[in-house]
Design a protein around this ligand. Structure first.
Ligand code: ADP
Ligand code: NI
Length: 217
């Protein structure tokens, strides 16, 4: 298979795997991340094949959906191998996938290649703005979390273990992760897009709290 065919087959495979998701990690999330990544690539020098494979496969082995919280990219690696992808490329893609996820406000980011930075930015752009608001509540509902709990303040998690175990209400997640993302974008392009999406979340939270407190009555 040539590179275009591999990308096409990978997209078909992922679309099948993610078709029934209702946690905000459905096929259209992957599709948006793929498109976001290509848009960022328009402004950065990067290997498009690696970027696209990592974007398409990035949530296949996500710790949030594995009972033991592990995210060694076992399934992504197997897929790349059977597709005949060069082992060196496969190692790069799997390395990106493993270090992509947000692991807590105070936990250091381990992404170190331009391709990884682009895919991480593309994924993070889909966690903020109007789509980000929608996805956060979809995920909270999927996990059985409260929408907001005024008696439990947000926490900035110092370790992945604490972040992983958190049962925080969805509004807390904005303070624990989503509002931090605009300053943690790796590329200038993503930083620019993130600024507007960030402002929208601030406006949303402001209105949410006005209604919650009855300040608009
Ligand atoms: P990451 O790998 O960085 O976590 P994902 O593509 O897996 O990125 O998407 C994570 C999304 O899942 C978040 O942006 C948010 O919408 C949702 N999410 C994760 N944890 C929570 C939570 N505790 N409360 C609400 N939403 C959450
Ligand atoms: Ni994702």
């Amino acid at each position: 298979m040539d590179q275009n065919e591999i990308i096409e087959k990978t997209a078909e495979y992922i679309r099948r795997e993610f078709q029934n998701d209702s946690s905000g990690h459905d096929w259209w999330h992957i599709h948006r991340v793929w498109k976001n990544a290509l848009a960022i690539c328009g402004h950065e020098k990067a290997d498009l094949f690696v970027v696209q494979l990592a974007a398409l496969l990035h949530d296949l082995d996500d710790w949030k959906f594995n009972p033991d919280g592990d995210e060694t990219p076992v399934r992504a690696k197997a897929w790349l191998e059977q597709a005949g992808v060069d082992p060196e490329v496969s190692r790069h893609v799997c390395g990106i996938i493993m270090h992509l996820s947000f692991k807590g406000a105070e936990v250091k980011n381990k992404i170190d290649t331009m391709e990884g930075m682009i895919v991480q930015d593309a994924d993070r752009l889909d966690a903020i703005g109007a789509v980000g608001v929608g996805r956060a509540f979809a995920y909270g509902g999927y996990k059985g979390r409260m929408m907001y709990d005024p008696e439990s303040p947000p926490q900035l998690h110092g370790s992945f273990e604490q972040y992983r175990k958190s049962q925080s209400a969805t509004i807390n997640h904005f303070h624990e992760k989503l509002l931090l993302l605009k300053d943690r974008m790796n590329t200038v392009t993503a930083r620019r897009i993130a600024a507007k999406r960030h402002d929208f979340m601030i406006e949303f939270l402001d209105q949410f709290m006005r209604e919650w407190d009855g300040r608009d009555l």
